[in-house]
Design a protein around this ligand. Structure first.
Ligand SMILES: Cc1ncc(C[n+]2csc(CCOP(=O)(O)OP(=O)(O)O)c2C)c(N)n1
Ligand SMILES: [Mg+2]
Length: 422
């Protein structure tokens, strides 16, 4: 696989060069005309748009020469499909129970299942991963059980985050999955730093960060990419470009050629991928990982996908989506689960025509059983909101804790405190 470098053929044709230490490779061609810059056009029109890497087309046919999960057994390949379906089943049920008032909040992953499973399956199991919040499939791949997921969404006393965060903010240190935290962009820096540490320690490990195209507007994105490119961090930046940042469509988010073009500007290598094609996402991630370790330099992947659901349960996307757009991206073959399923049928890895239907039923029963369990468990103790940050609780936290307890005491008839562990 070739990685993209900025190259304008019009500039390449010239003979003499300009030298300065601040230039890419220390020199640049000299041109005597403004023609290559074509200032009447936008930058993304001057350069050809960065191409989109695809292996599995929308009719579920592998393109000639496509690599099909080399080194993976049929059961492992099928497992990717199972986890894509499981993500989808969990999303449907957990979103529904939020509507019933049984959990406070939920973020679904509809449409992004291939982007998640295709990439996480091409990493090494001890690559350290920071997610944004829309990556349930990555957590499931790394071992998050259904019970762990429902315990987190119900803030039970058994969830490792101690009920401190909103639903879907999973934590799974043993799976090298760092805690989900909502402030956008902050984890880009963590992964850039971790990737640098892995290089210094000569480890065969990569720091990986998932984020949305909206988060790429944060200053942390610029800082993280520049740090990683300059110092040669073993970091993979995975941008899920799903068309929206809450209600803001990409056309109101940026005017350039997506996020991949920015990677080039910071001196990173980049691959833009059809994010609904699980085979392409897997192959691109594998190639990117190899490149990061071999060249000791970061790579950015831009996964072009579509958020088929609302931003979260606090959002109603019917208010801002143009008519027909959702239907187009929900079409079988464009939508990632059906695209992969038809390939697996073709390859005879799935032979039962009712396989997906039965799988959905199996997962549905499992999720409902886990929800019932979580609902019966005590919630994490209230005090846990205030502990663990400092060795000794400082006065201002003590004051807040006492204030909360006073409030709960005065309005005891308004809260059911029996659900919390003492
Ligand atoms: C620093 C910061 N600013 C604003 C927000 C509010 N916010 C939460 S999600 C979101 C949109 C992010 O969009 P994107 O990065 O594209 O991810 P997506 O939701 O599409 O997966 C915003 C603005 C936040 N959480 N953190
Ligand atoms: Mg987005």
């Amino acid at each position: 696989m070739r990685f993209i470098r900025l190259c304008n053929p019009a500039i390449r044709r010239s003979f003499s060069t300009f030298s300065a230490p601040g230039l890419f490779c220390g020199k640049a061609p000299i041109v005597n005309s403004l023609a290559p810059y074509n200032l009447s056009e936008k930058l993304c029109d001057v350069q050809k748009p960065i191409p989109v890497f695809q292996q599995l087309d929308e009719s579920s046919n592998l393109v000639p020469g496509a690599e099909f999960f080399s080194g993976m057994s049929d059961p492992d390949i099928l497992d990717l499909f199972r986890l894509m379906v499981k993500t989808n089943v969990m999303d449907n049920i957990l979103q529904d129970i939020q509507r019933q008032g049984r959990i406070s909040f939920y973020i679904a992953n509809f449409g992004e299942e291939a982007a998640q499973l295709g990439s996480i399956s091409a990493l090494k199991n001890d690559d350290e991963v920071w997610t944004q919040y829309r990556e349930l499939g990555c957590f499931l791949y790394r071992g998050l059980t259904t019970q762990m997921a429902t315990d987190q969404t119900f803030s039970t006393k058994e969830e490792p985050g101690k009920g401190r965060q909103m639903p879907i903010h999973y934590t799974m240190i043993e799976g090298h999955m760092q805690s989900v935290t909502s402030p956008l962009g902050t984890k880009i820096l963590h992964a850039a730093g971790a990737g640098y540490a892995f290089k210094l320690d000569k480890q065969d490990r990569v720091g990986v960060v998932y984020f949305g195209e909206g988060a790429a507007s944060e200053g942390d994105f610029a800082v993280g990419l520049n740090f990683a490119a300059t110092l040669g961090s073993q970091t993979m930046f995975i941008c899920r470009n799903n068309g929206y940042a809450i209600s803001t469509p990409t056309k109101d988010q940026y005017a350039g050629d997506g996020i991949a073009a920015r990677a080039l500007a910071y001196g990173l290598k980049t691959i833009r991928v059809d994010g609904n094609d699980v085979v392409a996402v897997h192959n691109a991630t594998k190639a990117a990982r190899r490149e990061i370790i071999d060249s000791k330099s970061p790579v950015l992947l831009e996964l072009m996908t579509y958020r088929r659901g609302h931003h979260s349960t606090s959002d109603d996307s019917s208010k801002y989506r143009p008519p027909g757009e959702l239907e187009e991206w929900s079409r079988p073959g464009k939508e990632p689960i059906s695209r992969f399923r038809d390939l697996l049928v073709d390859k005879k890895i799935i032979t039962d025509e009712k396989y997906e239907e039965k799988l959905r039923e199996e997962f549905r029963n499992e999720v409902i059983a886990c929800i019932k369990n979580s609902e019966k468990k005590l919630r994490a103790p209230i005090d846990d909101c205030f502990t663990d940050v400092y060795a000794e609780m400082p006065w201002h936290l003590r004051e807040q804790l006492e204030g909360l307890k006073d409030h709960l005491g005065r309005f005891a008839d308004k809260y059911d405190m029996s659900i919390y562990q003492k």
